[in-house]
Design a protein around this ligand. Sequence first.
Ligand code: DHB
Length: 283
Amino acid sequence: MGISYSSLQLMAESGAGLVTSKSITLNHRKGHPGPVTAEFEGGLLNCMGLCNPGIKEAIDEINSFKSLCNTPVITSIFGISAEEFVMLTDYTNNSQSDFIELNLSCPNVRDEFGTPLAASASKVNEIVKAVKSRSTIPVIAKLSPNVIDIREIALAAEEAGADALCMINTLGPGMAIDIQTARPVLSNVYGGISGPCIKPAALRLVHMASSVVSIPIIGMGGITSGEDAIEMLMAGASLVGIGTAIMEKGISVFNSVNEEINAYMKEKEIRNIINIPRVEKHR
Ligand code: DHB
């Protein structure tokens, strides 16, 4: 939901237990020109292109948010090298952020920066290690679904000291075509896929990663209902994230998901979310 303190505050006041900022880079970025989103049946394509005001302004917004809300905030940062991630970490250390998320997996800036870092276990390991050696707050590695073996990448992050994983980032990328003009809908032609259609892939990847790591996983990808959230917890996530569902359901989605999880737990006489049963690990 962006960077502004007021949009973070709106989410926190609408039932989100924790909020994540849009990924922030060292310097301001305009992002791609429009159209940057395309809806289709089952989900959404986006090619935002990391539009953000740069770390200095973004930190001001996060600090303003924290002066108004007790809700923990994850500051998401995006860099192209360990050095850049460390510079961004120095800014987050001097802020009210509660956690840092390393966005190692934005699919929309490939032309500019090449293959996402999360495609390489050794790069993930190098960057997480560098940030961990500097960060004063817990570090979350956001992984890409677009890899051959997620276990290798998840283990590389854990071995480097990541405190948690966040997965999955958008799938694909994919494309949509306007048949009247025979042109791509998105300005950047391709865009990351999110929404209900990616849930089965997200569940599988969280299940596979949670079968090999012992750090917690924030599971996301197509979560729209309490049932989706419970599936994600059963797959092995400890927390569940919501993004695209806000487009379909509005900000009431946080409360409706919370209520539906509570109703399920009541029905099953489960008192603590930790006690929701987990699917057997992948062998
Ligand atoms: C963008 C896309 C992502 O999937 C992400 O995780 C962060 C940023 C973007 O294009 O701005």
